[in-house]
Design a binder for this molecule. Structure first.
Ligand code: KIV
Ligand code: NA
Length: 278
């Protein structure tokens, strides 16, 4: 499979081929994104919850993202790698945002960065794009605003609220984003925004009419099940299967079934071999 580049994504969009994106946070999940033939691999800050056990993304640092992004890059060499800028790393000033974006590229091997927001971050996006770093925007439900929103809630349910999200989308497109994530909005909002833009939209809980879809790996694999949003389809119950495997291993150690004397054990060298090696 050929390396997915920003041109590949533009070409998928032109041909109206749905763009696929999945998250990853370490070496094996990076490999998974490639083996699953995903177009884009997102090192999302959802790793705070699904890989690190935090309650929100708030505590993640640029250093944390670099650490995870590097591990992903060692496993994921084909999919286009987008890395989330953690909260606080791009809101202070466009200059500080650019410094942090460059750190994600140089130290974390990001090919693009993703930022949440709209009109208010347009100048920052422009600054990063002009420096040569592709930027993906993230509108609708912005998990980094969870506390301010009072939880993870569907956005854009009224025409007025939907219009604000559309203005955010247009501002990000104008600022130079190559693509936008739209999270947790009515299907109609996802569809309308997609129709009005000339850059690909990647939906999560935004209906079937965006240019592509993204899911959080541990959610769709059924590994992280503390809560699974309505919009997530679970494609396998691997958390349950993994726990069963560990349990079986423990049972077999306790009852002497593992290790097997033949298949999982080593023998001494034969007397002849021992003589030859002496
Ligand atoms: O952090 C993340 O996983 C994301 C996706 C849900 C788009 O931002
Ligand atoms: Na994110």
């Amino acid at each position: 499979r050929k390396k997915v580049t920003i041109q590949t994504i533009a070409s998928l969009y032109r041909k109206k081929t749905p763009i696929t994106m999945v998250t990853a946070f370490d070496y094996p999940t990076g490999i998974l994104a490639d083996r699953g033939h995903c177009d884009i691999c997102l090192v999302g800050d959802s790793l705070a919850m699904v890989a690190l056990g935090y309650d929100s993304t708030a505590m993640l640092t640029v250093h944390d993202m670099i650490h995870h992004s590097n591990a992903v890059a060692r496993g994921c060499t084909k999919a286009f790698r987008v890395v989330d800028m953690p909260t606080g790393s791009y809101q202070i000033s466009p200059e500080e945002a650019l410094t942090n974006a460059f750190r994600l590229v140089k130290e974390g091997r990001a090919e693009a960065v993703k930022v949440e927001g709209g009109v208010e971050i347009a100048d920052t996006v422009r600054r990063i794009v002009q420096a040569g770093i592709p930027v993906m925007g993230h509108i609708g439900l912005k998990p980094q605003h969870e506390t301010a929103l009072g939880g993870f809630k569907i956005q854009g349910k009224t025409a007025k609220k939907a219009e604000i999200i559309l203005q955010d989308a247009l501002a990000l497109q104008e600022a130079g984003c190559f693509s936008l994530v739209i999270e947790c909005v009515p299907s109609q909002v996802g569809e309308t925004i997609t129709q009005l833009l000339h850059i690909p939209t990647i939906g999560i809980g935004a209906g079937a009419h965006t240019s592509g879809q993204v899911l959080v790996n541990m959610d769709m694999l059924g590994i992280f099940d503390r809560f699974v949003p309505k919009f997530c389809k679970v494609y396998g119950h691997f958390g349950r299967d993994m726990a069963k495997a560990v349990e079986q291993y423990c049972t077999e150690v306790r009852n002497g079934q593992f290790p097997d004397p033949e298949s999982h054990s080593y023998a001494m060298a034969s007397p002849k071999e021992q003589e030859e090696w002496a």
